[in-house]
Ligand binder design. Structure first.
Ligand SMILES: Cc1ncc(COP(=O)(O)O)c(C=O)c1O
Length: 434
């Protein structure tokens, strides 16, 4: 074996034969129902979408990639129009930055600083982010994130970065405090740190619109982002939202921040843009920022495969399907249905803490003794006995099924997950209460 993989103790990777809908068929005949949308939650249209595959085939017969800086690929023009759609959020300028969310994050940071630099604010070098956030695995993105197992890199990452506490009502709202009061206090953390560093030194604040993978789908308390936006505007700090995980319709609105009615300066998207049919990412910004950048003659960032043509053809089909009010309404409805279902069955369970999220990005959080082991057992049982793949670890089950999941498929999977949760928890309580 000449492949170096990420996890060294996993020698039993399953062999895939083909994929279809929400299913992964293995060479040994086993069929797995994928509630994770591809482990990384990118496969938002599931697998084998015939329209997307036809678009890729057609494109492959014409050309597979032409350089983003030199040629005009019309699919990119149509894709940018589809992304912008009818939105009234002020974002009008799409920069296709590369293939991954990490690259989009880097591009957003560079575009933000170039904008400040061109506006005469050369000292605005600090970027603020939050504890427990994740923005990618390239150096710039790592400095913003807080994955504990990458902290050993910190000496390599001597950039001007500062973190404020995460935004997490379940963990950080004080007893007796209303959600609105918490939203304000939480946002104030940003203002305090800007004032401490000095507004002239702070360029941007970067946050996932709903805190995603590390803590498990935490939507903000109402008005949190409005407070943050006010603070950013007050000190000329760019608001950069990371929607690599929660963008492009996954929460039931095309952009997740549309729920919060704010106007960020930049938003970046990635894996859900090509949804596994293509590898493409983008940074979206305002005309005002575009014009400042244009004044310099060029945007100081580029990658070879930015706006990759085959990926653009795929992404165009994906986004045409997703950025549609009927499709988005269904995502919202199925997500609500699933959250209500879990709440109804489990809210009185002694391990229950919370079900939270938006659309088809949500988590069920629980608490019990030896939680990691409990999650491991739950994950294994659901997969091995019932062939359902979930993202079950630490303190939560994270639900990110393909957006095409039907209510019937959702109900069948939930019945199994819930009954397995109850079964294991009974033996768990006996084991730890004796
Ligand atoms: C919120 C968020 N930002 C950025 C990234 C990085 O994207 P990529 O893995 O495509 O580089 C991810 C990936 O999981 C993510 O969830």
């Amino acid at each position: 074996m000449n492949i170096l993989r990420n996890f060294f103790n996993n020698n039993t990777l399953l062999k895939v034969k083909r994929t279809n809908g929400c299913n992964i068929l293995l060479k040994n005949g086993r069929k797995i129902f994928d509630m994770t949308a591809g482990i990384n939650s990118h496969a938002i249209l599931g697998y084998g979408n015939t329209k997307v595959i036809a678009a890729i085939k057609k494109q492959a017969s014409l050309y597979t990639h032409v350089d983003y800086k030199f040629w005009n690929d019309e699919n990119l023009v149509k894709l940018s129009d589809t992304i912008i759609g009818n939105s009234k959020n002020g974002l009008k300028s799409v920069y296709f930055s590369g293939n991954s969310g990490s690259e989009a994050c880097e591009a957003a940071l560079l575009m933000s600083y170039q904008t400040h630099f061109l506006s005469g604010n050369k000292k605005k070098l600090y970027v603020i982010s939050r504890d427990e956030s994740y923005h990618g695995s390239t150096i710039g993105a790592l400095t913003l994130g807080d994955r504990k197992n990458t902290h050993f890199y910190s000496k390599n990452l001597k950039l001007k970065r500062v973190k404020i506490p995460m935004h997490h009502p379940l963990y950080l709202k004080k007893d007796g405090e209303t959600l609105e009061e918490y939203a304000k206090r939480s946002a104030k953390n940003l203002e305090s740190i800007i004032l401490k560093i000095g507004p002239k030194n702070v360029g941007a604040f970067v946050g996932e619109t709903i805190m995603g993978g590390l803590v498990g789908d935490v939507p903000p308390a109402q008005n949190y982002w409005k407070h943050i936006q006010k603070i950013c505007n007050r000190y000329n700090v760019h608001l950069i939202l990371d929607e690599v995980y929660c963008g492009t319709g996954t929460t039931g609105k095309y952009f997740c921040f549309d729920w919060d009615k704010v106007k960020p300066d930049f938003v970046f998207i990635g894996k859900t843009l090509g949804a596994g049919y293509g590898a493409i990412s983008a940074v979206i910004t305002t005309k005002k920022i575009e014009n400042i950048l244009k004044s310099s003659g060029r945007l100081q960032h580029n990658t070879t495969y930015q706006g990759h043509s085959l990926s653009a053809a795929a992404a165009l089909q994906v986004q045409k399907i997703v950025n549609n009010s009927i499709f988005l309404k269904k995502v919202d409805e199925v997500g609500k249905f699933m959250r209500d279902y879990i709440n109804c069955e489990l809210q009185n369970h002694p391990f229950y803490r919370e079900v939270r999220g938006r659309g088809l990005r949500f988590s069920f959080e629980y608490s019990c003794k030896n939680r990691n082991k409990f999650s491991e057992k739950l994950y294994n049982n659901i997969l091995e006995k019932y062939n359902i793949l979930t993202s079950t670890k630490f303190h939560r089950i994270c639900f990110t099924p393909p957006l095409i999941i039907t209510k019937k498929e959702a109900e069948r999977s939930l019945d199994i997950i819930i009954s397995e949760f109850i079964k294991i928890s009974q033996s768990w309580s006996n084991k730890y209460n004796n």
